[in-house]
Design a protein. Sequence first.
Lengths: 275, 574
Amino acid sequence: MVNLFNYIDRPSAIHRLTGATKLICLLLWSFAAMYTYDTRFLVVLSVTGILLFAVGHIHLSDVSFMLGFTFAFLVINSIAIYLLSPRHGTEIYGTCTFLFGMSGRYAPTAEQLFYHLNYFLKYLASIPIILLFVSTTNPSEFAASLNRIHVPYSIAYAVALALRYIPDVQQQYHEISQAQQARGIEMSRKASLTRRLKSATSILIPLIMSSMEKIEIISNAMELRSFGKNKKRTWYMERRFCAADILCIAACVLLVAAAVALNFINGGRFYNPFI
Amino acid sequence: MGDILLTFHNFGFQYNAQSSPTLYDINFTVERGDKILIAGPSGCGKSTLVHCMNGLIPFSYKGEMTGSLTLRGSETAAMSLFDISKHVGTVLQDADAQFVGLTVAEDIAFALENDCVPQAELITRVREVAELVNIAGYLDHAPGELSGGQKQRVSVAGVLVDDVDILIFDEPLANLDPATGKQAVELIDEMQKQTGAAVIIVEHRLEDVLYKSVDRVVLMQEGRIIADMDPDTLLSTDILRDNGIREPLYLSALKYAGVSITPDKHPWNISKIILDEADARKVHNWYCSKDAEAADAPGETLLDVRDVCFSYNDGIPILKNISLSIGRGEMVAIVGTNGAGKSTFAKVVCGFEEALSGTISFAGDDFCSYSIMERAEKIGYVMQNPNQMISKIMIYDEVALGLRTRNVPEDEIRERVEHALKICGLYRFRNWPVSALSYGQKKRVTIASILVLEPRMIILDEPTAGQDFRHYTDIMDFLERLNRDGITIVMITHDMHLMLEYAKRAVVFSDGRIIADDTCSNILTDPEIVAAASLKETSLYELALKCGIDDPRGFVQRFIDYERRTVREARQDG
């Protein structure tokens, strides 16, 4: 079965950071990656991000489904950009260098390809780090961290429960779909898309019905054990900041500072090698 | 007089959505140190009564209360749900579903976290309670990694952290195999002795709960308490049988033998019951008066599985060289602990999962070359929870689904659907929405939707899970009728009564292998297999030993034959 959003419990330096640290670092890192188009900086972020996977003992195969999904999305997106505005790169970088001796509206230019490279790097710099965050952050600790940054605990707990139940729901979906296939609901690639969409409802209805039963049980179980009694609650899994946490946050603050500094050095968000 | 914790006085309750009350004239008290068993058929109001005690009524389920319900002297209606839960702890039926924390430790800590107990104290308190229920070695484990019995220990710990005065167990045995159920009853007994709290157990499996003593049994029927007495007195009457609760099997046997049951014989537990020589002789005479029945000759082989191996992607073998044949017209039980490979076996047979090696043939054809859909026309598979299968709003459409996807002409569909609905006793509901049906009726809808494909065999996963005796009897009698009409039936089950009463043969799975394949009476009297499969020896066996019967297995078999022949057939014909 594919792994969508799952915590993977393998002890590592990244697992040991507190959830709050990881959340703050994720936000800072994403901001840096979104803010700049500086190729050099994005390469550094991408390479570091992939190295962090090794530090966090997460294998690419653990997140292959989501990576593949992102990649497919990226390819579609790039094609669309190229079709809709093939001269976007030229507009940004101010020069026009045709390649392979071709010319015309859709002829490839060095600027356009460079723009696409940057676009690709931006994804590469930000998506893996989100996956790394999800795989290395224990949902309950994540809830505790959200609560620490002043998200109400009922919402924080709901997020944690949702994350926790994803594998369960996946398992249920799998079982229901098997039983429905036996009754003749075609879910394989052989069936047409509309037919598959129709088939999906015959799996979703039982899935929703049986999930509703569970929701009632779990909300009773929570209420019977005083959930919602006070404005605050404590967290068994909450952890204190240690030196590594402060170091990581500092490093991410530096990243943002670097991204902002590069903006001034480059005189804009783009690094321009064409001038 | 002990310390009175809870008092119902002329209490009644009516849900807002319902036109008549669910509870009437409830009068009873719970004192500190009491151990009370509440029994009654589904719909008798016992869940509602539990909700009233733990405060979910009126705080989560709205309705009108009459009379008075006091907890340690104060009216609960004037308290908050949180005040009540400080005194009343509830262990819900489904240990899986009530896991709130991601790990054992967090789950135990949950109530304390909500009370803002500082972290350092949380950690020490969780450890203390975990040691009390003997689960301290698993604090970092996720619920999915635990066995059924361990999960129950965690649930108990989760309410014990609060130092409650009353502990309520709502159907604690429903999802457990017989051996784990026995441990659960021991755990409840132990917890009561250690904490001194009052314990209330809601359960219809009387014989299993009475493995350890209880002070009183409260019997409910149609929203009223119809008996509140000690188990010895209750078991000496016919109240249980008259109200759809199964009496312990050894008592049925004694009654068939003409032994009169009186409170001074201590009938509450088979190892405590006092039988004099005259009684033993009566049992012996009864045994001798019944002939051993010849076993039916097995029909031709329908399903033949040879050397099937299976593992998921992780490579851990789930099925190891499974070989099994099932003959036409058999009614077979597949038993074993959770994770022994029973359900996986069914999935491999139905084609949901593909065997790594081995062959499967059905009526001589190679089954492995068939698709899921083609196999389903030979072998139908019914999941445990009907809500996992039902995907249409109307009953007729639900049953017709499998035919419509196979492009059967509409007039033939009508004919086949109506026929299936008639077999399942649902014909008069054919134009109703599924949501109007009870759980047991929904189960029949799912069976009808499988039968409509005219399979020659059906595999049912836990056909009677969570059902009271009456619904259990309805479903099982129905399956037996189908079986008599020529459909081969395979049931995956934990329920020993089910296998003993309805299956002629049991196949025992353990750790991916078949460790026994024999008559149910032989299996349930073989201590080694009973232990390996987490079953429990039947009390009939102990009764036979007590009465000095030289062939206790034969005694068990004759009891089953007698019940099948006289009691059940009379009921089914009547």
